[in-house]
Design a protein around this ligand. Structure first.
Ligand code: NAD
Length: 479
C-alpha cells in the first residue's frame, strides 16, 4: 500500500515523485512505499500551516477541545485497524498496540482537549507602583514535530495534540521506518473537522525531510523525540536560528532492586520493564542492579520467567515479543550481544536470532540477559534499545547510587524498596528526569516528562507542553 503526505487536508504524492520502501518487519518484506519528501514538500506543508494559523489561533478553546476530543473518539473507534497497522509496520505484538499504543494516542488528544480549557496565564500586581502585569500565552505559529519509530502513533500524537491545542499549526514528520498510523491519522483529523492545514504530515528521511523542517526559517519550534546523536545535530542547526527546542532523547536506565522490596511484584514488573515492545522503549530498565543478598535468587527466578516469554508472530495474541523494527536495528542489537564476552560479560539467557514459523525472514531475537562485572563496559554505557538487559550486583546504597548515575544518560530510573528513607535519598540523588518507585511506566499525563544529561532538554506533558508551545508575553499597565 502506498501512503501519501497529508498537506492542507489532502493526501498528496511527493512533489518529485520519489519514494521509499516500507517494510513489514515480522516477515522482512516490503509492503508499500512512502514519500521521500523534499524541501519543496516541506515548504508546501509550511505554507498550508501558515495560511490557516491566523484562523486557528483565534478559534475558541471550546471549539479546539471539541475537535481534539472527536479525534480521540475516532482513534478509539478505529482501535482494531490502527493496532493492526501499527503492529504490521513496527513488528510489535498486536496485543500491545491494542492495549497501549493506540489507546494512549487517543488519551493524548483527550488529555490536551481538557488541558487547554484549564490552561491559564499569570498576573502580577506591582504593589506600590500602581501597575498591574498580566502575561499572555500566545501560540508560536508554525511548529515542527519529529518522532521516532518505537511508539509510532503514541509519540507522534504526544507532540501534535498539545501543539494544536495551544493554537499552533504543525508540520509533522513520523519516522520513515513506521509511517503508517501517522498516515491514517490524516483522514481521522479530516473527519473530526480539524481545519485544513492545521496539521500537515510529511513523510521521508530524517536527513532530508526532517532536516528541511529543522532548517525552515519560519518554523518557530522543534519538538523532537529520537536518538541523542540526532538531537545534538538538530540542536546545532536550530540553536543559531533561536528556535524553541524540546529534545527527548536516548536512555540507559537503571532498575535498582533492594532485598526489602515486594519481590513478586518486582519480578513481574522487571520482566516487562526489560522486554516490553522488544525492549524498544526509551524508558526500559536496561541495567538491572540487584542487592547482593538476593542476587542469585533473582538471577534464577528472572531467567525462569524470561524463558517463558513467547517470541512470535506479532499478529498472534499469545505473542509476548514480536519482531525488532528493522534488519539494520536487529544487526545493531546483535552486535552488542556479540561483544558481550570480550567485555567480560556472560550470556545467561538468549542471545540468538529466532526463526518464527511462517515468518522466517522476520527480525526476531531472543530476550537476552547478560551478566556484567564492570559498569564501564559498552553494554552498560551505550543505548542498545532492544531486548537485551544486563545484570550486576551491589552491596551498599552508595554503590547502587554510584552505579545508577555513572552513565551519560539521565532519562528514567526504577527503584524497588520498601524503605522510606532510602526512597527519599534515591529520589533526590538519582540523576534522571523520572524516578519510578515500586512501579514502572505508570504514566499520569499531567506530570513533567523528560530527561537530564544526554537524555534531552525540556519537558513534555501537562502544562509543561502547553508552555513549550506558547510564547509568554508580559503586558505592564500603569494606572
Ligand atoms: P532517530 O534519531 O534516528 O530518528 C528520530 C526521528 O528523527 C525520525 O523521524 C528521523 O527521520 C528524524 N531525523 C533523523 N535525522 C534527522 C535530522 N537530521 N533532522 C531532522 N530529523 C531527523 O531515532 P530513532 O532510531 O527513530 O528512535 C530511537 C531513539 O529514540 C532511541 O535513542 C530512543 O531512546 C529515543 N526515544 C526517546 C524517547 C524519549 O521520550 N526520551 C522516546 C522514544 C524514543
Amino acid at each position: 500500500m502506498n501512503i501519501k503526505n497529508y498537506i492542507n487536508g489532502q493526501y498528496l504524492p511527493p512533489v518529485f515523485d520519489k519514494w521509499l520502501d516500507n517494510y513489514n518487519p515480522s516477515i522482512g518484506e516490503i509492503y508499500g512505499q512512502i514519500p521521500n519528501s523534499s524541501e519543496e514538500d516541506v515548504e508546501k506543508a509550511y505554507q498550508a500551516a501558515a495560511d490557516v494559523f491566523p484562523k486557528w489561533s483565534n478559534t475558541t478553546l471550546e471549539e479546539r477541545a471539541i475537535i481534539l476530543s472527536k479525534i480521540a473518539s475516532l482513534i478509539l473507534e478505529k482501535l482494531d485497524v490502527l493496532a493492526a497497522a501499527e503492529s504490521k509496520d513496527n513488528g510489535k505484538p498486536i496485543s500491545l498496540a491494542k492495549a497501549v499504543d493506540i489507546p494512549r494516542a487517543a488519551s493524548n488528544f483527550q488529555f490536551f482537549a481538557n488541558a487547554i480549557t484549564q490552561f491559564s496565564s499569570e498576573a502580577h500586581e506591582s504593589v506600590g507602583l500602581n501597575a498591574v502585569n498580566f502575561t499572555l500565552r500566545q501560540p508560536l505559529g508554525v511548529v515542527g514535530c519529529i518522532s521516532p519509530w518505537n511508539l509510532p502513533l503514541y509519540l507522534f500524537t504526544w507532540k501534535i495534540a498539545p501543539a494544536i491545542a495551544a493554537g499552533n499549526c504543525v508540520v509533522a514528520k513520523p519516522s520513515e521506518v513506521t509511517p503508517m498510523t501517522a498516515f491514517l491519522l490524516g483522514e481521522i483529523c479530516t473527519i473530526a473537522g480539524l481545519p485544513k492545514g492545521v496539521l500537515n504530515i510529511v513523510h521521508g528521511l530524517g536527513t532530508t525531510t526532517g532536516q528541511a523542517i529543522v532548517e525552515h526559517p519560519n518554523i518557530k519550534a522543534i519538538s523532537f523525540t529520537g536518538g541523542t546523536k540526532t538531537g545534538a545535530h538538530i540542536a546545532k542547526v536550530a540553536a543559531p536560528m533561536f528556535k524553541k527546542l524540546s529534545l527527548e532523547l536516548g536512555g540507559k536506565n537503571p532498575n535498582i532492586i533492594f532485598a526489602d522490596c515486594n519481590y513478586e511484584k518486582m519480578l513481574a514488573t522487571t520482566v516487562r520493564s526489560s522486554f516490553a515492545n522488544q525492549g524498544q522503549i526509551c524508558l526500559c530498565g536496561s541495567r538491572i542492579l540487584v542487592e547482593e543478598s538476593i542476587y542469585e535468587k533473582f538471577k534464577t527466578d528472572f531467567i525462569q520467567k524470561v524463558s517463558e516469554l513467547k517470541v512470535g508472530n506479532p499478529s498472534e495474541n499469545t505473542t509476548d515479543i514480536g519482531a525488532l523494527v528493522s534488519k539494520q536495528h536487529l544487526e545493531k542489537v546483535k552486535s552488542y550481544i556479540d561483544i558481550a564476552e570480550s567485555e567480560g560479560g556472560k550470556i545467561l539467557f538468549g542471545g540468538n536470532k529466532v526463526e518464527v514459523f511462517n515468518c522466517e525472514n522476520g527480525y526476531y531475537l531472543q530476550p537476552t540477559i547478560i551478566e556484567v562485572q564492570d559498569n564501564n563496559c559498552r553494554l552498560n554505557q551505550e543505548e542498545i534499545f532492544g531486548p537485551v538487559v544486563t545484570l550486576m550486583s551491589f552491596k551498599t546504597d552508595k554503590e547502587a547510587l554510584t552505579l545508577a548515575n555513572d552513565v551519560k544518560y539521565g532519562l528514567s530510573s526504577t527503584l524497588w524498596t520498601n524503605n522510606l528513607n532510602r526512597t527519599m535519598q534515591f529520589s533526590k540523588q538519582l540523576q534522571t528526569g523520572i524516578v519510578w518507585v515500586n512501579t514502572w511506566m505508570l504514566r499520569d499525563l499531567r506530570t513533567p516528562f523528560g530527561g537530564t544529561k544526554e537524555s534531552g532538554v525540556g519537558r513534555e506533558g501537562g502544562f509543561e507542553a502547553l508552555r513549550f508551545f506558547t510564547e509568554p508575553k508580559n503586558i505592564c499597565i500603569k494606572y
